[in-house]
Design a protein around this ligand. Structure first.
Ligand code: SF4
Ligand code: SF4
Length: 361
């Protein structure tokens, strides 16, 4: 495997100190050593030394959700997400990507989303049509909301309508490239998709990004890859917090006690933790999960549930257990993937709602 010197250095510099051992949401869900950042580094190291083939570790490489909890906690400052993504890119270049990932990649290239969907639900389609006129502000819904959770996408539109925002929603939204980046890393195809998206977003003055996964890609990865966006890009939570400050929404606090599930893309990658809290505290009484803000624990997503559904379900169950352990009875989410993942767990102990649910009442 051809791996950059920087990645090789990170792989080989793991000191096996175990500090990242207890914080991996997937390792904790499976209880398997192979799922820790440390074990993944060991596998890649063996490939780099030609002791085993890259194909032999690919399932393990795709069991990482790239949540960055290990990066955050690694006391030596090494970056397991970086070498995991580079291994995915290298697998694509060497043609050893697992078939179940190849199918998702093919869908991304063909339809712009890993699910291969081409149509959304009728109610959302009608709401999108009602916002077809070109305005200064674009609301980018993202593929998860648009194709896999259309009721959430609809609520995202309804919140902005409630605040009388003048905005556009595109029927044919460009893919942000976030899914391709997760599946095959910084490949040419990923960068091409991102460049095309950046060009389209540049047609607007302000772009409000609903899905934190897209927000992380556009606000952080585009910069890393040298892709400029000629628009002000804001996360949905920042934009809505601004609407509240400007008096465009008139909140009524229900007095309901809730906890917030920080999406790692906002809290760890974009360093954005307080905007969602400002919104929540206007509508409810906010308590905190024991692991919150940059210490948050990923609660699952839709993309990985396509190929390891049982593990993603266990991840969500564990996060719900975290909430019930501190006596919480309502979790508020700000990421459609986590909302869907937590909602999919059959349980009656904790209510799962989104920030939009809170606002719309
Ligand atoms: S990025 Fe997240 S899922 Fe991947 S090894 Fe690190 S903690 Fe585990
Ligand atoms: S915290 Fe860092 S150095 Fe320690 S085992 Fe994990 S990856 Fe290796």
């Amino acid at each position: 495997m051809i791996m950059s010197e920087k990645c090789k250095q990170h792989v080989d510099s793991c000191r096996f100190c175990w500090m990242c051992h207890h914080i991996c949401p997937i390792g904790n869900a499976t209880g398997q050593e192979r799922n820790t950042a440390r074990a993944r580094a060991l596998g890649i190291s063996l490939v780099n030394r030609e002791a085993i083939e890259l194909a032999e570790i690919m399932d393990n490489i795709y069991e990482c959700c790239t949540c960055g909890a290990c990066v955050h906690d690694c006391i030596t400052g090494w970056d397991p997400v970086m070498f995991t993504k580079e291994a995915r890119l290298q697998a694509a270049l060497e043609g050893v990507t697992p078939d179940y990932i190849k199918d998702l990649v093919a869908n991304c290239l063909e339809t712009g989303n890993a699910y291969g969907k081409t149509a959304t639900c009728e109610t959302l389609a009608a709401a999108i049509k009602a916002h077809a006129d070109k305005k200064d502000t674009l609301l980018l819904l993202g593929v998860d909301a648009k194709f896999m959770a259309c009721e959430q996408a609809l609520k995202a539109i309804q919140v902005l309508d409630k605040a009388a925002v003048d905005f556009t929603v595109l029927d044919n939204e460009p893919a942000s490239g976030a899914q391709l980046d997760f599946l095959i890393g910084a490949a040419n195809e990923t960068k091409q998709q991102m460049t095309a998206c950046a060009k389209e977003l540049g047609e607007y003055k302000t772009v409000v990004v609903y899905d934190p996964t897209d927000a992380k890609a556009i606000k952080q990865l585009y910069k890393e890859y040298g892709i400029d966006v000629d628009a002000e890009v804001v996360t949905y939570t920042t934009f809505v917090a601004g609407l509240l400050k400007d008096g465009k929404l008139e909140p009524k606090n229900s007095g309901e006690s809730v906890v917030f599930q920080d999406p790692y893309q906002l809290s760890r990658d974009l360093n954005e933790t307080e905007e969602a809290r400002e919104i929540i505290m206007s509508y409810a009484v906010l308590g905190e999960m024991l692991l919150n803000r940059a210490e948050t624990v990923w609660a699952g997503n839709i993309l990985m549930a396509q190929y390891i559904p049982d593990i993603v379900k266990k991840v969500a169950e564990r996060r719900i257990f975290n909430a019930t352990s501190i006596g919480a009875d309502t979790i508020v989410t700000a990421c459609v993937g986590e909302y869907v993942s937590l909602k999919a767990v059959e349980q009656d102990k904790v209510k799962i709602i989104s920030i939009e649910d809170l606002i719309l009442g």
